[in-house]
Ligand binder design. Structure first.
Ligand SMILES: [Zn+2]
Length: 173
């Protein structure tokens, strides 16, 4: 069963509710996308869907200069990590597993791999050894606002199965 609402025309390899779930992570991170089954390294996770726009939004991902896909339902919920477990192939809009992913992991991506400038720059707290700290986009000269300092650590968030009892599924708004 698809996650995206009916007003978005289905695309192939869309995320299914059996495999992914939007969850409230905490007050620092907001919502995230939880993985409900294991994936192998290099495996396709899903193809994102959304509305193409020239405008940057909080939940958009950049596909090309001045071309963004706004997806407040699934891809826009993927949290940032400086050593992420997935990546977006912008040409195909496919999310690919960077490494083996276990059920119960939050899906992460590196926002600076796709975004020239972030809608909302932030001070990263992914907890990875290679954490770059301030995340503003891959073209920092375009960034206008400073990053907000956070003190959280993504790696301290541990999820245990069964997930469905712990995280009642949210209906897309
Ligand atoms: Zn980081």
């Amino acid at each position: 069963m698809r996650i995206y609402p009916s007003h978005l025309s289905p695309v192939s390899l869309e995320p299914q509710i059996e495999d992914f779930c939007v969850v409230d992570v905490d007050s620092e991170f907001g919502q995230g996308l939880l993985v409900l089954r294991s994936f192998q390294q290099g495996e396709t996770l899903f193809r994102m869907n959304g509305i193409l726009t020239s405008e940057l939004t909080l939940h958009s991902l950049q596909l090309a200069p001045d071309l963004h896909m706004d997806d407040p339902y699934v891809a826009g919920k993927v949290l940032h990590s400086c050593a992420p477990n997935s990546r977006l192939e912008v040409a195909t809009q496919l999310f690919i597993a960077n490494r083996a992913i276990e059920a119960g992991e939050l899906l992460t991506m590196d926002y600076e791999e796709t975004e020239d400038v972030l809608f909302r720059p932030f001070m990263c707290c992914c907890g990875e050894a290679e954490c770059r700290g301030e995340i503003v986009g891959r073209q920092p000269s375009l960034a206008t606002s400073g990053a907000e300092l956070q003190t959280c650590n993504l790696q301290e968030l541990v999820y245990e199965l069964p997930l469905r009892e712990r995280y009642p599924r949210r209906k897309p708004a």
